[in-house]
Design a protein around this ligand. Structure first.
Ligand code: FUB
Length: 465
């Protein structure tokens, strides 16, 4: 057994005082999501910026050139590795991450390493109103500046270190100039609905290679512009015994005084075959609890992938479950919302259908909508059909939302539709490749008006940047 003498310990204490004086535990805190610029607390006027893809601190003023002001502007988004921490997305779409402890700007590759390296957890800073950011995967290291360079360094109980690692979140040097994305960060498959006087948005958490995320979040808004983040509402890993990956495309419906979250997840134990489940909550903001302890639609029970559930409740109170990739099925749900009669399942796959079914009713017409092509393709798009019944037969009506390269918009799809509770005003929520640097696994959520011609046809949506 190795023994350490008291003399050696005393010597070590002199050589490395931090061993005997552990860094004070800073209290976790929260910061506002959205655009911000980070100012040093001990070098007033110096801001975190990137230059040549490295993080550093430099003076920025309102007369600085537009490039510098842009380089010193970030969007604070829910952490790529944990929604209770934060990531910093530059205006060019890349993220601050550490590698070899140096903070730099890189494109999210969706790997667990990148997401952890790009996630920082907020703690109260050294000065009132300031914030310190601890590395998510090296929690004893904090984001700090040193010779104007940004690093994550081991925390020290020195006034200098605490000042070097504390920042004020200031108004951004470059304000957001577009209406979309409506929420900051990488999210997809938005299910937009209305409950209890507010709009609620339930997306897939994106930014994971192979869409392998496990957690669902909820957002709410009174006006579809200003959003409140409610954090995780269901995490498959701990929350669902039969699925622990691929938390895709949720849909939430109110019924029986409760809220039902339909979701898909990859079967547990490394099997990625998808199944559909249902979770329940007393609040639209969650948390949701698995209602069955088993899938509602098991992998392999029907042809096509068991993903992309959607529930529509008709005026007579009957709720219908739609689902599937490659093939579309519908079945009336039983009154408990957690079971159905398998004998009543009907295949209603329209021509052009790939996935992401959505149903709504307006003026007695049933609108069945879906996404065509692959979500990784810039040609991902939304089409629809109509019927006089929620189970068809349906008449195809064509594509109403597709890419607009002139606006830099690629792959718009996997949408949902909601009507204003007070008027015949309709909205469509959908995802697109994140602008400017996204792709089929780095997507963001947009909302636009959905309008109808006098004969009830849906007008083509011109996507708003
Ligand atoms: O987000 C994962 C999958 O991508 C969804 O389930 C599909 O609809 C597609 O958007």
């Amino acid at each position: 057994m190795r023994r350490t003498s008291i003399a050696a310990l005393v010597a070590a204490a002199f050589l490395a005082p931090s061993l005997l004086l552990p860094a004070a535990q800073a209290a976790p805190t929260t910061v506002a999501l959205g655009r911000a610029s980070l100012e040093s607390v001990n070098y007033a006027g110096r801001f975190v910026r990137h230059q040549d893809y490295l993080g550093r601190m430099d003076p920025v003023t309102s007369s600085s050139d537009s490039r510098l002001r842009s380089d010193a502007t970030f969007t604070v988004v829910p952490g790529l590795a944990s929604s209770s921490c934060y990531s910093f997305q530059a205006v060019n779409g890349m993220f601050l991450r550490h590698r070899d402890y140096r903070v730099r700007l890189e494109t999210n590759d969706g790997s667990a390493t990148f997401r952890a390296d790009a996630t920082f957890c907020a703690e109260t800073g050294s000065v009132s109103g300031s914030t310190t950011f601890a590395s998510y995967n090296f929690p004893a290291r904090k984001l700090r500046h040193k010779n104007n360079e940004l690093w994550i360094d081991p925390a020290e109980d020195t006034a200098l270190f605490q000042a070097d690692s504390s920042f004020y979140l200031r108004a951004p040097w470059v304000a957001k100039s577009t209406a979309n994305p409506v929420v900051p960060g990488l999210f997809a498959d938005p299910h937009l609905t209305h409950a209890g006087g507010r709009y609620y948005l339930y997306p897939t958490t994106d930014g994971y290679a192979g869409w392998s995320g496990t957690a669902y979040t909820a957002w709410s808004s009174a006006d579809l512009k200003s959003w409140t983040f409610h954090g995780n509402i269901l995490d498959l890993g701990p929350g669902v015994s039969w699925a622990d990956n691929s938390a895709w495309a949720p849909a939430v419906v109110a019924k029986n005084g409760r809220y039902y979250l339909y979701f898909s997840g990859g079967a547990a134990s490394g099997d990625t075959a998808k199944q559909i489940g249902v979770a329940v909550s007393d609040s639209p903001a969650g948390p949701f609890t698995d209602a069955l302890g088993r899938p509602l639609v098991a992998a392999g029970a029907y042809t096509g992938q068991a993903i992309d559930p959607m529930v529509f409740t008709d005026t007579d109170g009957t709720s219908y479950l739609y689902w599937g990739q490659g093939a579309l099925r519908v079945v009336p749900l039983n009154a408990d919302m957690t079971s159905f009669d398998a004998a009543r399942v009907r295949a209603i796959t329209p021509s052009g259908y790939n996935e992401a079914p959505f149903m709504f009713r307006r003026n007695g017409t049933y609108y069945l909508m879906w996404s065509e092509n692959d979500t990784r393709s810039e040609d991902y798009r939304v089409a629809y059909a109509t019927s006089s019944s929620p189970m068809g037969p349906f008449t195809n009506r064509g594509v109403i939302l597709s890419k607009n390269l002139g606006l830099g918009i690629k792959g718009p799809g996997h949408h949902s539709v909601v009507r204003s509770p007070t008027s015949d005003t309709w909205y469509i929520a959908y995802h697109r490749f994140a602008v400017p640097a996204g792709n089929g696994t780095n997507r963001e959520v947009a909302i636009d008006r959905l309008t109808f011609s006098s004969d009830g046809a849906i007008a083509v949506v011109v996507p708003t940047p």
